[in-house]
Design a protein around this ligand. Structure first.
Ligand SMILES: Nc1ncnc2c1ncn2[C@@H]1O[C@H](COP(=O)(O)OP(=O)(O)O)[C@@H](O)[C@H]1O
Ligand SMILES: [Mg+2]
Length: 456
């Protein structure tokens, strides 16, 4: 049963109606005493608590009731309802163990979604599926691994996918954050709609609004044409904000405002647009630490982290390394038409004890380079080893004088060199350049580099 605690009868009535219509069993009470009595005698699955409880509008009373509730049954999730200007209270409430907060006037959709998510999270704590069971429930086929922590996070990802709740994905670079974000989208009801990735680390402060919200022609000096913002591109789908920890202070404020109001204005126009997107954020930074240092807004953190998924570094799940290597090798067999590729068990063991600071991305690059460079079918430690230290070679590479070559010119030279080395085989040249075949083709066309179309 969902318990609504609010002394305003109009609010209680509209929330009761909302929940009953959505198929939930709900009750409303108007005082602290009744609320605590209800919790003591009835099975309450979730509580909605108005912080502006009682005539006193400081919210203190609601806060003390929250403490009481958490003392009597810490397992019951609490969603806070706050008025404007009480955001600090909401943040304080989250620290005391509230699960989420919504602002008045609330959006019914958002509230129902939050309730659904929080209740489904309570459910999954009880369940632990095997990898096979997970694969029959969801589509995670390109996410390899059987590590306990990986299975647990897939369990969470799968069960919250359908709710539309905001998800924060944390973990070191190369651990699969983007892969998981895409999987959540693909397993959600929005899967037929766009998945729009925005790398916030690459957007300057001055361009943040025009990039995210769009602008109309003439909105500012350089705005020569209309531009569609990322939120609009992602409409009805999912927006993936990568490297959210790189967002500067003023952009954090602007983002928070959109997430609170669910509306924004296109630059230079007075039209207000409504945001209908699922939000997934990712970062390799420790946002809690950033909050304590004052470099990340606490209220923004609570807006984005209703669900947090942490990806463990590869070195902490060495048992997954052989599974990943086999998966990668199988892909390469197809890509390069090398059906007899394999890795010796000695090499597998050796790979398992490496540190991989670049995680799965690094493992993938290592395997791919080794396959290309060694040209053997059966790969052993001696084939992998020389490829492992390449990054340090890159760092000591002697670059030409500044001003002597443009980036485009360097790109052309490297592309030609790779083509020559791989005897005009496009797939191999692309792989050695870290490109997909189609992006290599695009560059060949762009720079008018001749190539043999039959030798792919
Ligand atoms: N569990 C996994 N199984 C297979 N491939 C993976 C897995 N995790 C990551 N990868 C691959 O590793 C590379 C890096 O993953 P990505 O999601 O971009 O990491 P991040 O966003 O955390 O930096 C990608 O090519 C991705 O497909
Ligand atoms: Mg990434």
């Amino acid at each position: 049963m969902i318990l609504i605690i609010d002394d305003d009868i109009a609010v209680r009535a509209s929330l009761l109606l909302l929940f009953k219509t959505a198929g939930y069993n709900a009750e409303g009470v108007d005082s602290q005493k009744k609320a605590l009595a209800m919790i003591a005698t009835q099975p309450v699955s979730l509580i909605l608590l108005d912080l502006n409880f009682s005539i006193e509008t400081s919210g203190r009373e609601g806060m003390s009731l929250l403490k009481e509730i958490k003392k009597s049954d810490p397992a019951i999730p609490v969603i806070l309802i706050t008025g404007w200007g009480t955001i600090e209270l909401a943040v304080e409430g989250m620290k005391l163990g509230a699960s989420d907060f919504i602002n008045k006037p609330w959006s019914n959709d958002y509230l129902l979604q939050s309730v659904k998510t929080i209740l489904s999270l309570k459910e999954i704590k009880k369940e632990t599926h095997t990898r096979k069971q997970l694969d029959s429930l969801y589509n995670f086929q390109n996410i390899i691994g059987e590590d306990e922590r990986l299975l647990q996070l897939l369990e969470t990802a799968g069960s919250v996918a359908a709710t539309g709740a905001s998800v924060l994905i944390t973990g070191e670079s190369g651990t699969g954050k983007e892969l998981v974000a895409e999987a959540i989208h693909n397993n959600s009801l929005r899967s037929g709609k766009p998945f729009v990735k925005v790398n916030l680390g690459g957007i300057s402060t001055s361009l943040f609004e025009s990039e995210m919200f769009g602008h109309i022609r003439g909105a500012f000096t350089d705005a020569r044409t209309d531009r569609t913002g990322r939120f609009e591109m992602a409409n009805k789908g999912t927006i993936f904000l990568d490297e959210i920890g790189d967002l500067d202070h003023s952009s954090q404020v602007k983002l928070l405002r959109v997430l609170q109001d669910r509306t924004y204005e296109v630059l230079g126009s007075s039209r207000t647009k409504t945001v209908d997107v699922r939000l997934i954020c990712a970062t390799n930074k420790d946002l809690n630490e950033m909050v304590s240092k004052g470099t990340f807004r606490e209220d923004l953190l609570y807006r984005i982290n209703l669900i947090t998924i942490h990806l463990p570094p590869l070195r902490e799940r060495p048992k997954d390394i052989p599974l990943l290597v086999n998966f990668l090798i199988n892909n390469l067999k197809e890509i390069y038409n090398r059906p007899h590729l394999s890795v010796t068990s000695h090499a597998m063991k050796w790979l398992q004890q490496l540190q991989f600071p670049g995680n799965i991305r690094q493992l993938k690059n290592l395997v791919e380079r080794t396959v290309l460079v060694s040209r053997k079918d059966v790969l052993d430690v001696t084939d992998f080893e020389p490829q492992l230290n390449l990054p340090s070679k890159k760092n000591t590479l002697q670059l030409p004088e500044v001003g002597s070559l443009t980036l485009d010119e360097i790109e052309v030279m490297m592309i030609k060199k790779s083509l020559e080395f791989h005897k005009n085989k496009i797939a191999k040249a692309a792989a050695s350049l870290g490109l997909t075949r189609s992006s290599l083709y695009r560059r060949l066309d762009k720079y008018h580099i001749p190539y043999d179309e039959t030798s792919d």
